[in-house]
Write a protein that binds this ligand. Structure first.
Ligand code: SF4
Ligand code: SF4
Length: 509
C-alpha cells in the first residue's frame, strides 16, 4: 500500500525560484566512502561550547566510542568515526564559521572498523520516560543536520517546556546544488520514519508532518512507500512549493500549518518543533542500532568536479577524499564552498574535514568576480523578495551607521541571512554580508555589556562583603576596648595593632 501525500502550496512572502542544479548529483545512488587512513575530528561541530576530549594521545578507541564529552549547557559529545589510535590533538584547518583552524582529534584508522557495543540495542524507547529518552539522544552526539547544528537534545528539552501540537520533519532542501536530504529520503526513508516515531514519543506528540518540495517525486515516492509499509497514520507527507528559502524553520511552519512564528520568537511559540530529516535518521540509528552520529551524507557537486555525487562518509574524512570519489577536479575548478551557494562558506583548502554540518561540498569553475558596488537607488527589489518582510535597504543604512537601536527596531535579529536581497540588488550591494557583520557587532556589544554587568555585580558584592566585615570588626573592637579598658593600656595597644594589620591585609586583597 502506498500512502497518499497531501498537496498544499501554502503562502510564503518573497523568496526566489532558483535553478536547482541538482540533476547531476542525484543521477547515481549514494556512494559509501572508504574510511581514510587518518581522520581529523574538530571539537567544535555544533552551536555552543567545544566538546572536551576524554581520551589521551596514544589511546586506542573503537568505532562509536565517546572521545569528547559535551561541555556546558549547550554542547554535544563527539564519538570516534572508526577504530584506531589517537595520534594528536592539535589545530587543523576546519570549515566552520569561527575561523580557519580549530582543535581536532587526529585518529589513525587501524583498518578494522571495530564498533563499540552500546547495550540494550535496539532500545525499547516506547517504554522510556520522555526525559530519559531525551538524555539518551544527548549522549548520541546528535545535532541539527540541516545546517544549524544546534544540539538536538537541548533543542528538544527546551521545546517540551512549551505546549506543543506539531512535529515537522524538514525535507525541504531549497538551496541550489544541495541534494543530500533528497537522496536520504529516496534511499533511507525507513530510518527517517523511525526517527519520526522516536521524536513523537520524546515530545509527547501524536502527529508528524514530513515536508518535501513538490519537485522531488523520488523522495516523495520513497517516503510514501516506506510509510505504506509502516502503516503509521500519525505521519503525514506534506508537499510544499519549491521556493527558496521555504526550508527556513519559520517559513516551513507557515507553509505546513499556516501559523506565523512571531518576530523574535521560535516555532515552539506556535506549538511546533522542526527537525531535519537527516537528524531524524541519525536519532533512529543511535536509538535502534547504537550508532552515534559518526557519518553523514554530503553532496559533492558543481562544475568544478568531474562526476557530482552524494557520498556517505565518516565525520573527519578530509574533503580531498570526497573530491576523489566525485572523479576529482575539472581543469577549471577555482572555488570551493562548504554548504550551498547562498549560505555556504568558502574554504581555501581541501584538507578541511567533513563535519556534522557539511551538507555539501560545492566546487565551481570560472567564478565571475562580483560587480563593483554602487549606491542604493531605492528600487525596493530587496524588500519584495525578503521572506521575513524586512526592509533590507533601511537595514543597510543603519548597518552602515552602526545604529544598533534602529537595527533592532527594524528587525535585523530576524534576518535569516538567506541572501535573497543580495541576489536581486541592481547595485550589487553585499547586503547579507553587511547584515552578518552588523549582527556579529551587536553580539559583541551584548557580550561586552553582559561582561560589564557581571563585573559590576562582582564589585558590588565585594564592597558589601568588605563593609560587612568592617562593621563586624568594629563591633568586635568596641567589645575588646571595653574589656581592655578594664585590663589596662598594654592590652589596648595590642588590640589596635592587631586591627591595623587586619585592615592592611584586607586592602591588599
Ligand atoms: S538576507 Fe535577511 S534581509 Fe536579506 S532577504 Fe534574507 S532575511 Fe531578508
Ligand atoms: S535592491 Fe539594492 S538598490 Fe534596490 S533598494 Fe535594495 S539595496 Fe537599494
Amino acid at each position: 500500500m502506498t500512502a497518499a501525500a497531501t498537496y498544499d502550496l501554502g503562502k510564503l512572502h518573497g523568496g526566489l525560484r532558483l535553478p536547482g542544479e541538482k540533476e547531476a548529483s542525484t543521477a547515481r545512488h549514494v556512494q559509501t566512502a572508504t574510511v581514510p587512513p587518518q581522520l581529523f575530528i574538530p571539537l567544535t561541530q555544533h552551536v555552543g561550547e567545544a566538546a572536551q576530549p576524554v581520551i589521551d594521545i596514544g589511546e586506542a578507541v573503537l568505532k562509536g566510542q565517546l572521545i569528547a564529552t559535551a561541555y556546558g549547557s549547550l554542547s554535544a559529545p563527539i564519538h570516534a568515526p572508526t577504530s584506531g589510535k589517537v595520534v594528536a590533538i592539535e589545530p587543523w584547518p576546519v570549515s566552520q564559521r569561527h575561523g580557519e583552524t580549530g582543535p581536532c582529534i587526529v585518529l589513525e584508522s587501524d583498518g578494522e572498523d571495530v564498533a563499540f557495543r552500546y547495550e540494550n540495542r535496539p532500545l525499547r524507547y516506547e517504554s522510556m520516560a520522555p526525559d530519559d529518552l531525551l538524555q539518551t539522544i544527548l549522549d548520541g552526539g546528535i545535532v541539527g543536520l540541516g545546517g544549524a547544528v544546534f544540539p538536538t537534545a537541548q533543542k528538544l528539552m527546551q521545546a517540551v517546556t512549551a505546549p506543543l501540537t506539531h512535529l515537522i520533519l524538514n525535507g525541504v532542501e531549497c538551496e541550489p546544488y544541495i541534494s543530500c536530504d533528497d537522496m536520504l529520503m529516496r534511499e533511507q526513508a525507513a530510518e527517517v520514519l523511525g526517527g519520526a516515531q522516536i521524536l513523537m514519543h520524546a515530545l509527547g506528540l501524536g502527529n508528524c508532518f514530513i515536508a518535501v518540495e513538490s519537485d522531488k517525486p523520488d523522495a516523495i515516492h520513497g517516503l510514501a512507500t516506506a510509510l505504506g509499509e509502516l502503516d503509521d497514520k500519525r505521519i503525514v507527507l506534506k508537499q510544499v512549493p519549491t521556493i527558496y528559502p521555504s526550508g527556513g524553520e519559520d517559513q516551513l511552519v507557515q507553509l505546513v500549518t499556516n501559523l506565523e512564528v512571531p518576530s523574535g520568537g521560535l516555532p515552539t511559540d506556535v506549538g511546533c518543533v522542526v527537525q531535519n530529516v537527516g537528524t531524524a535518521a541519525a536519532i533512529y540509528r543511535w536509538i535502534h542500532d547504537g550508532e552515534p552520529l559518526i557519518s553523514r551524507i554530503t553532496t559533492v557537486t558543481g562544475d568544478g568536479v568531474v562526476s557530482p555525487v552524494n557520498v556517505e562518509a565518516r565525520i573527519g574524512t578530509p574533503v580531498s577524499e570526497l573530491i576523489a570519489i566525485a572523479g576529482g577536479y575539472t581543469e577549471r575548478a577555482s572555488q570551493m564552498i562548504v554548504g550551498g551557494p547562498m549560505t555556504g562558506k568558502s574554504v581555501t583548502t581541501d584538507r578541511v574535514p567533513l563535519v556534522k554540518a557539511s551538507n555539501c561540498i560545492l566546487v565551481l569553475s570560472d567564478v565571475i568576480p562580483p560587480d563593483d558596488e554602487k549606491p542604493c537607488i531605492r528600487c525596493g527589489e530587496c524588500a519584495l523578495v525578503c521572506p521575513i518582510q524586512l526592509q533590507p535597504q533601511q537595514l543597510y543604512w543603519f548597518a552602515c551607521s552602526d545604529n544598533e537601536k534602529q537595527l533592532r527596531a527594524h528587525g535585523l535579529t530576524d534576518c535569516i541571512e538567506c541572501g535573497c536581497c543580495d541576489l536581486v540588488c541592481p547595485s550589487h550591494i553585499p547586503l547579507t554580508a553587511d547584515f552578518r557583520q552588523a549582527k556579529a557587532r551587536m553580539r559583541e556589544m551584548a557580550d561586552e555589556k553582559a561582561r560589564a554587568e557581571r563585573a559590576r555585580l562582582r564589585f558590588e558584592a565585594r564592597s558589601a562583603r568588605l563593609q560587612q566585615e568592617q562593621a563586624e570588626r568594629e563591633r568586635q573592637l568596641a567589645g575588646q576596648k571595653q574589656a581592655a579598658l578594664r585590663a589596662g593600656p598594654d592590652a589596648i595597644r595590642e588590640i589596635l595593632d592587631r586591627n591595623r594589620d587586619k585592615n592592611r591585609q584586607d586592602d591588599e586583597a
